[in-house]
Design a protein around this ligand. Structure first.
Ligand code: UD1
Ligand code: MG
Length: 453
């Protein structure tokens, strides 16, 4: 059975108090939108439709980053969730199969739950995702059921006291045959407390047509919706707590996990160790047995088995560390490949560079990769020795086994096995330091006695 996703993301998110559309606020370093979209994508939908409204151009650009195949349709006016779903009609023309409606502001929905919903379609024409809430004041729509059948959904604003006592709430996620769903949303009216077209009304309409509706249950935490900064912060804390637990269970060693921050897609291998106070930006993979020491910041990089990073290291986009690489304190690596056993232990910038196996990069080395207009590459061979404070003015190459003297400014290729020295020759004047010191001391004393006199 083929599947279409309809992701609702047109709302402004008034309570975020922000110029940024709500679904573009970041959770675990990814826009909210991506989380639900990614869960939906795991079901391998034949089509994906994002319904955008507020900040549509930005929402479209963001969706394209994770789901380039997704079609974005515009809901000019936000007249309600049923109206939003109806906007997907033209994008689904000719599609046959089920349509799954997801919300852009509910990031924690799991693939397992979505799969359970798809399976539940075998027994019902319309399947709604629900969850139990103990609090009668929780502002969710309530699911009115009878046995296995869902009779109707009552929006919180429209509930009677009796209906508020129903613990089973609406998550908003719905699945039905796409053509059926479109015909149901077309029949929805807006005669209710908010004057909106409620998607939830499709249940009663479906039943009046002799169709059946059912419920799949999940945990409340999974359908948590984000409407304010406070809720976003709480969701971030929930994400971090869950991710840390998950990684500990997977065999990652962390002595103070509460001080380590992960991104939505962080991957850390078993037996890797993360010391306290490490931040992972998006796109990081760390292999088994690597050690990430305190106060390091990593994003868009790969750290292989046995590598040691930090303390105080920064790995940026495109940093690729092979096995047993050591990157020490105050070392920044960007868009560079460090082959097996490379060591860059202190105060170094490696940008747009390739460094061969077991090369040692001395303290204070800098790849001068930018001329103000263009970026250039530095290529260093294997088992080379880069002396401290070497400036590698790119584009430049250093051959296998070559050496540079400390303080060398490299502007020309260094052949394999050569030693390059590019600094002024040292001049030594015996006794001159002592002489100068005596002279300066005398001058200082004269100045002091002149002042006092
Ligand atoms: C909705 C449900 C409610 C459920 C709750 C769960 C309806 C009528 N109500 O209420 O039963 O308990 O979610 O969180 O469906 N959106 C659009 N266009 C619109 C309106 C909304 O794209 O015209 C999008 C929003 O951007 C958001 C999602 O749909 O991503 C949900 O809208 P929201 O206004 O948050 O609905 P709730 O009032 O939370
Ligand atoms: Mg909501």
């Amino acid at each position: 059975m083929s599947l279409a996703l309809i992701l609702l993301a047109a709302g402004k998110g008034t309570r975020m108090e922000s110029d940024l559309p709500k679904v573009l606020h970041r959770l675990a370093q990814a826009p909210l939108l991506w989380h639900a979209l990614r869960a939906g994508q795991a079901l391998e939908p034949a089509r994906s439709v994002v319904v955008a409204g507020h900040g549509a151009a930005e929402v479209e650009a963001s969706a394209a980053e994770v789901a380039p195949e997704a079609q974005v349709v515009i809901q000019e006016e936000q007249l309600g969730t049923a109206h939003a779903v109806a906007q997907a009609k033209s994008a689904l023309a000719g599609f046959e199969g089920d349509a799954l409606v997801l919300y852009g502001d509910t990031p924690f929905i799991t693939v397992e739950t979505l799969e359970a919903m798809r399976d539940a379609r075998a027994g019902h024409d319309v399947v709604v995702l629900g969850f139990d809430v103990a609090d009668p004041d929780a502002r969710y729509g309530r699911l009115v059921t009878e046995g296995d059948e869902l009779l109707r959904i009552v929006e919180f604003k429209d509930t009677t006291e009796e209906e508020r006592a129903i613990p089973l709430c609406n998550s908003g996620v719905v699945i039905a045959d796409a053509a059926t769903l479109m015909s149901l949303v077309d029949a929805v009216g807006n005669d209710n407390a908010s004057g909106e077209y409620y998607l939830t009304d499709i249940v009663e309409i479906a039943r009046a047509r002799g169709l059946s509706a059912g419920v799949v249950r999940c945990e409340e935490a999974e359908t948590l919706g984000i409407n304010s900064r406070a809720e976003l912060r709480a969701a971030e804390a929930a994400f971090q707590a869950r991710k840390r637990e998950e990684l500990l269970d997977d065999g990652v060693l962390m002595s103070a996990p509460e001080t380590v921050f992960f991104a939505w897609d962080s991957y850390i291998g078993r037996d890797a160790e993360i010391e306290p106070n490490v931040v992972f930006g998006p796109g990081v993979t760390v292999e088994s047995g690597a050690l990430i020491r305190s106060f390091s910041h990593l994003e868009g990089c790969h750290v292989s088995r046995g590598a040691i990073v930090g303390p105080f290291a920064r790995l940026r986009r495109g940093a690729e560390l092979a096995e047993e690489v050591h990157v020490g304190n105050f070392v920044e690596v960007k868009n560079s490949y460090l082959a097996e056993g490379v060591k860059a232990n202190h105060l170094t910038y490696l940008g747009d560079a390739d460094v061969g196996e077991r090369t040692n990069v001395g303290a204070g080395t800098i790849t001068c990769n930018y001329d103000g207009f263009f970026k250039h590459r530095t290529t260093i061979g294997r088992e080379a020795f880069i002396g401290s404070a070497t400036m590698l003015v790119a584009p430049v190459t250093v051959g296998d086994g070559a050496m540079t003297g400390s303080g060398t400014v490299v502007t020309e290729a260094i052949p394999a096995g050569a030693l390059a020295l590019a600094r002024t020759k040292q001049v030594t004047k015996p006794g001159l330091a002592t002489k100068m010191r005596d002279m300066l001391r005398a001058r200082k004393a004269a100045q002091k006695s002149a002042k006092e006199g």
